[in-house]
Design a binder for this molecule. Structure first.
Ligand code: NOJ
Length: 737
């Protein structure tokens, strides 16, 4: 009788329509009030079907969420156990890594960032959410907002680039795409910002490695995109694997409780990374799993992914008065709040519905891929005119690699949806030009076959060679780091041999990271860089190569000359001895030169100071003219913005988009500021001859930073403004605060 009563009360509190108007927090409190300690700790436990007997565990009330259960029928079966066979019937969350698509795959996040188009990112995430929801998922572990300056780090593929403003804008767009517009009433699936925080600064670019980021830098750089998505209403957040300055992020009370919760007032749910609570033992931060559970719970990690230290240890620690019950209540409150925001108490089951249209998804994926392609070099070789050329040769390991072109993190990707470049070229231009296809290399790490020269001779008979090089998907992503970022296998050699034939060579690179491109660039008449563009790589690249569209992507990360320049990024501080551009490089150093004769400036003797390509770089088939650039004010008061206005004209012959970029430098400050920082950008599409007035804002947040006293402030003084097509944009004016 008692049990029935409790269930009835819980049901009324949780699900009755009469409670609809009651705020979510009231519902959370009411539910918390009737939960036992066991039920509460059960909510904090997340299990995986490969490791745990989910049905038994859920039935015993020991599970609040699962991950990677794919399939509506399966998930509904588990949900039914949670809803009908546990005392309070609290429904489950089911998380999955839906990173850049589910069945239909969009460009890797780094490629999406290259589009500088938040709208296309939002659309892609909405489609991914729809496809994932259809398979029983209601929570994704994305977006990844880690700022990385290191192309060796495999997870740079999953990042949204090196700039905190860009990563924040793109991250917020992804969150909105996944969740829908109202964070209190999530209509899609819950998003999860990860990895909190600093994970992308792993020393040496080796995954999981330690980081050493001082608090000011954490706040001015790494935390910024997280703040942007917290403000945008991201539903959850994942702690990172790394330790920063000795404190693992999963046990970092200062960052979680003081900054995220107290300062930012963010009330979403925090999940650990996979076993990252137990891994605090391997870090040498906790002696055993009891201590690990204690430190993570007290730091404020609400949900433990997989390692089960909470379920085994928290109850006793609460009973012994070691862990205050308030800690548990806060965490469970955060978990329940998300379940209410998702509407799970009203609607716990996945309803069988028509599979989302793959046609629409593929169309959006194609647009996203098109916008992510960056033109890095063009000596009048692109675009190809299908009416002028008679034949094209297609070669390279990525010309027909349906699984590799979709990149890392695609557990559920439908490879049969991939259209490869060779398929697309045949389909779209097969009736207009003769196509000679021979990959020569079957995969990116393969060395040249013994008959390569003969086969290359055959390819060289064509009017132009399209060389699809790059990286297989397996070479980037989690735990897939490299100490060399050159093209693997025989690819550079193949590029050289192709060039030596005298036939025009167009290189198209698909990769999960920036590549040291110098050798291959030298052997290319033109180069397109596409990261891993996803399912529709083929049509997107073919349309770009044949000039149906203009490439418009811009680099979301600095491309180093070689890995020796890493870490390299545009928004660095100045040294006391910045290079003056008069670098003397190795081959110019006279014999017996004196120690100080090279100028004592900050650069490498072999690779200078400049990267191969700066952040924001990307060419076009058309040309854009910037004119009449003016600032709205030359003096401002604190909390005022400056507006930058300019006229942009498409002076070329093709329609195309330009990404207009505005950077600022706070010249002198109580703690030195970067040489320049992106303050705003606009992506503008123009017809040939068309011009438009473009307005950009330098907002107080672009001018503010954590100062010498760790206060967030705008400091008095002069700001320089740079406007143009990449991060080397020229100085266009100054203003004073
Ligand atoms: C570990 C990864 O670091 C994280 O990003 C991912 O979401 C989880 N595994 C779950 O697969």
């Amino acid at each position: 009788m008692k049990r029935i009563l409790i269930i009835a009360v819980a049901f009324l509190i949780a699900a009755a329509p009469s409670f609809a108007q009651v705020s979510i927090d009231r519902k959370v409190d009411s539910l918390l009030a009737i939960m036992t300690l066991d039920e509460k700790i059960g909510q904090m436990n997340q299990l995986h079907p490969d490791i745990h007997d989910l049905e038994t565990e859920i039935r015993s009330g020991k599970v609040g969420s699962v991950l990677s259960v794919v399939g509506t029928e399966w998930m509904n079966r588990l949900q039914k156990i949670a809803v009908e066979e546990t005392r309070l019937g609290i429904p489950l969350l089911n998380g999955r890594d839906v990173i850049h698509g589910f069945r239909t795959i969009f460009p890797i996040p780094l490629g999406q960032a290259a589009s500088f188009n938040p709208e296309i990112v939002r659309e892609g995430a909405a489609i991914a959410a729809e496809e994932a929801y259809h398979e029983g998922i209601n929570w994704t572990f994305a977006p990844m907002l880690d700022i990385s300056h290191d192309a060796r780090w495999g997870r740079i593929a999953e990042s949204l680039g090196e700039d905190p403003l860009l990563a924040g804008i793109m991250g917020a767009a992804m969150v909105e795409g996944f969740q829908g517009a109202d964070p209190e009433n999530i209509s899609g699936i819950a998003a999860c910002a990860k990895h909190f925080v600093g994970y992308g600064a792993a020393e040496g670019g080796r995954d999981y490695n330690s980081t050493n980021i001082p608090e000011r830098r954490l706040r001015n750089l790494h935390l910024r995109p997280f703040k942007a998505v917290a403000d945008a209403g991201v539903a959850s957040l994942m702690t990172a694997f790394n330790d920063n300055d000795g404190i693992p992020m999963t046990g970092n009370t200062r960052l979680i409780r003081d900054i995220l919760r107290q300062e930012w007032g963010w009330d979403g749910m925090i999940v650990s990374d996979w076993e990252s609570i137990r891994e605090m033992i391997a870090h040498g931060f906790c002696q055993n799993e009891v201590e690990a559970a204690y430190k993570a719970a007290v730091a404020g990690v609400d949900v433990e992914m997989v390692s089960e230290t909470y379920i085994r240890n928290l109850k006793k620690m609460v009973e012994d008065g070691i862990v205050p019950i308030s800690v548990i209540d806060q965490s469970v409150g955060n978990i329940l709040r998300l379940k209410f925001r998702l509407g799970l108490f009203d609607n716990p089951y996945w309803q069988p519905a028509e599979a989302p249209s793959s046609e629409k998804a593929l169309k959006t994926a194609q647009k996203a891929a098109e916008e992510s392609i960056i033109l890095l070099k063009n000596t009048n070789a692109l675009p190809l005119n299908a009416y002028e050329i008679r034949s094209v040769a297609v070669t390279g390991p990525l010309a027909d690699a349906p699984a590799d072109q979709i990149g890392t993190w695609v557990f559920d990707g439908d490879v049969t949806r991939s259209v490869t470049p060779i398929e697309a070229i045949r389909e779209m231009y097969g009736d207009k030009v003769e196509i000679i296809y021979d990959p020569i290399l079957n995969y990116s790490r393969e060395t040249l076959p013994s008959d390569a020269e003969k086969r290359i001779r055959r390819l060289s008979k064509a009017d132009v060679i399209l060389y699809f090089a790059g990286e297989e998907a397996i070479l980037s992503g989690e735990a897939h780091c490299l100490s060399s970022i050159s093209l693997q296998g025989g690819q550079e050699q193949l590029g050289k041999l192709l060039k030596e034939t005298g036939t025009k060579v167009i290189s198209i690179i698909m990769a999960g990271r920036p590549i040291a491109l110098k050798p291959i660039l030298e052997n290319s008449d033109a180069m397109l860089f596409a990261f891993h563009p996803g399912s529709m790589a083929g049509p997107a690249l073919t349309r770009t190569i044949f000039g149906e569209i203009c490439p418009s992507g811009k680099l979301p990360v600095t491309f180093p000359v070689d890995e020796g320049q890493i870490p390299i990024y545009y928004n660095h501080n100045s040294t006391g001895r910045p290079s003056d551009g008069k670098e003397i490089l190795l081959h110019d150093i006279p014999l017996n030169a004196s120690q100080t004769s090279l100028g004592n400036k900050s650069y490498y003797l072999d690779s200078g100071k400049d990267p191969l390509f700066p952040f924001g770089y990307g060419l076009s088939y058309t040309s854009f003219e910037y004119s009449d650039i003016r600032l709205s004010k030359t003096e401002i008061n604190p909390d005022e913005s400056v507006e930058v206005t300019l006229t942009l004209k498409n002076t070329g012959k093709m329609a195309g988009a330009e990404i207009v970029q505005c950077y600022i430098q706070d010249e002198f400050a109580s703690a030195a500021r970067p040489v320049r920082e992106l303050a705003d950008f606009k992506k503008i599409f123009l017809q040939p001859g068309e011009s438009i007035e473009v307005k950009m804002q330098i907002s107080p947040s672009a001018m503010s930073f954590y100062d010498i006293n760790m206060n967030y402030s705008m400091e008095k003084g002069r700001f320089k403004v740079f406007v143009g097509k990449d991060s080397d944009a020229p100085l266009v004016g100054t203003f004073r605060l």
